[in-house]
Structures are given as structure tokens and as C-alpha cells.
Design a protein around this ligand. Sequence first.
Ligand SMILES: [Mg+2]
Length: 425
Amino acid sequence: MRWAVKLPDHQLQYVISVNRLSLLKVSWTVILHVDMDAFYASVEERDRPELVGKPVIVGGSREGRGVVSAANYVARQYGVHSALPMVTALRYCPRAIVLPVRMEHYAAISRQIREIFHRYTPLVEPLSLDEAFLDVRGSETLFGSAAEIGHRIQSDIWNETRLVASIGVAPNKFLAKIASDLEKPNGFVEVTANGIQQFLNPLPVKRIWGVGKRAEEMLAKIGVTTIEQLCKTPLASLRQCFGDSTANHLHELAHGRDSRSVVPDREARSISNETTFPIDVTDVDVLRSCLLGLTEQVSRRLRRHQLYGRTVHLKVRYSDFRTLSRAHSLPNPSHSTSEIWDAVSEHLLPRVDLHAQPVRLVGVGLSSLGTTRERQKTLFDDHSERDSEIDSATDAIREKFGGGAIQRGSTFSSKRKPDDRGHEM
Ligand SMILES: [Mg+2]
């Protein structure tokens, strides 16, 4: 392997100080709450455009004792909302079109949306088919600020599913969830670290998690209807009304404090990076070098999150949008750039004809992720230990000086000679 450090010594001090500042800046607003708008009903409208503009209810049958699972925005104007008995919903809106729940279909679309999330972070906590928290700490150097990531996710979802999502970006889960709900549909609300109280103050207390009808009434009795009033209420008075634990909860949230972390759904996790070329590419060397860059990005993200992946994926989309996916299982879970690149170049690339057509997009991904290496000592451990030292060294340089500071030699000669690879081009 050849390495080239591009940074002249006299620039070190400057770069370090700039990076410290940007690290301080990015560590604040890192939680996204993504919520699909009227999900089941929107899927039905998308699949049957003749429904657009009409009141649509997804749920139990007209006759039975079913309830509303989802209502589109037209039906909502009549007061229809989810969990309402269907009989009542139809009294409010007799001409509503009632459709059965197609759960498997919604679940498949939900997986498609979840794949979009995983492009940007492995820390995805789904709350239901149509809602998830994302922690994008650690993804910002690759994809931009949390707000930029939020905008990218919103447009990826629209471009790839023709469905609309609302997104809240905030320093914690509580604020992100409120934010995503404020400007539905197709909403985008960012709460910055120094705008928290300004954001919360005017909102009614029922916006706070755990404040139901009863708590709302009890608070109203002591003259508290907004979060601002709740903030100004002494903790002792709240404790008298609600007991210590609920009072503490209300007090913390009213001040916008919430320390719960995003707990990823371990089974579905995958991590990938892809590139769409501005002009379709026919030069195989360009494609290989781009794939090597993507492999480095993906493996670096794994290392940063202390994750190991077992299955390596290669994706190639041709100019006619035909898309090939190839997967290869590693003998042991890995986050080593060198091991993952070996899988891409030795096992996956030979199974794709890069000459078939100009290429529009390439991608590299890892799935079957875990937090332990779960590997046994092998004959090649000398190599893997050396690889891991190289990875740590380059990660450290990149953390300090940015992504362009160091590059793998473009030929990336591996242990084998080029002739040994059937596909070397
Ligand atoms: Mg929703």
C-alpha cells in the first residue's frame, strides 16, 4: 500500500484550530425525527392517483367495529383522525372512501425508507413503520450539517418513493419530535441549541410527552397552559400536584432537556455510500477508483461507530437505470478498508460487467452489522493487525485535517499481483 500525506507542515496549526471550532459547532444539533405524513393514506393516494383530492380513510370496514388507521388530509378537514371508530368517522364524512389496511405493502415501503436513513447513519431507531429517530453525530463531516442531512433525506424520500415526510432537527429526541409535527405536511423545522426556550415557550403543555388530558386539566387548574408558564412554575409546586417523578419529568422537558439516546434497531442495520456521476462513465479505471473511495468512506464510518459488517454489497446502475446488486459474505465481520476492498475487487467486481453500458451510479455497502468482531485468530492475523494500524493512523489524520489530507495510492496494489485477478483492467 502507498500513502501520500498532502498537507504541508506550516499549515498544521491553522487547520487544527479550524477543525476544533467546527467540532464544537457540530456537536449540538444532531437528532432527526422523520415522520411520514398520513403514511398509509398517502401510499394509497400515490398508488391510485384518482383518489387525490378526495377524502380517504384506511382502516376497518365500513360496517364492522373497526377504527381509522390513517386518514388523508382531505378527510382530516372533516375531523377524521386515526384511532377514531369508523362509524364515527363516516358520520363526520359520509362520502369518504374507505380502503383496507395493506400492512405488508406499507412495511415494504417502510423498509425502502429505512434504507435511505441508513445511507446517512447507522444510528436509526424506528418508532413505527412511518417514524424514526436518527442520530447523525459522526455523519456530518461526510454529508454536511444535521439540517443538510435532514433536507437530503426529505428529498431522497420524495424522489425515490413519491411520498412526503416531515422532519424535525434538534439537539435531542423530545425537541426533534415536536419539531417534525409543527409544520406538517412536508414540514422542516430546526431547533438550534440557543433557540430552545424560544421554540418551546408558546407551545401548549399537551405537546410534552406524557401530558394527556388529565395532566393538562391539572395544570390548567394551577394556571399553566403553555410551556413558558410551566417553566416558570417552581418545581416544588409541581411536585405537590404530580409527585416527584412526574414533576421532574415535566420540569426537565419544559426546559428542553432530554438525555435519552437513539437506540438503533440492530437487525436491520446497514451502512452504504454511493455516487451518482454527473455524466455516465465508461472508463473502468475511473469506476474502480471511485469504488475504492466509497469503500474507504464506508469502512471509516463503520470504525467511527465501532461497528463491524459481515456482508459486503456492490451496486452498479447503468445509464438505462438497470441496477445490479452483488453481495459477498466475509469470513469474519470487518471494518478494515483493506478487507472490504478485497471483497469488492476480488469477489464482487468480477461478477459485474462494467463494459456492458455506461455507468450512472456505483455504491458500496455493508450489512449484518454488529458491535463485536467475533472473529477467531487466523493465519492472516498479521495482515489484519497491520491493516488495522494503518486504518487507525489514517482515521486520525482525517479527523484532524479533513478528508482530503491523505489518500490511498491510486493503484492500491494488494497482496496479489494484477494478473491473478481475472478482471484486472
Ligand atoms: Mg406519520
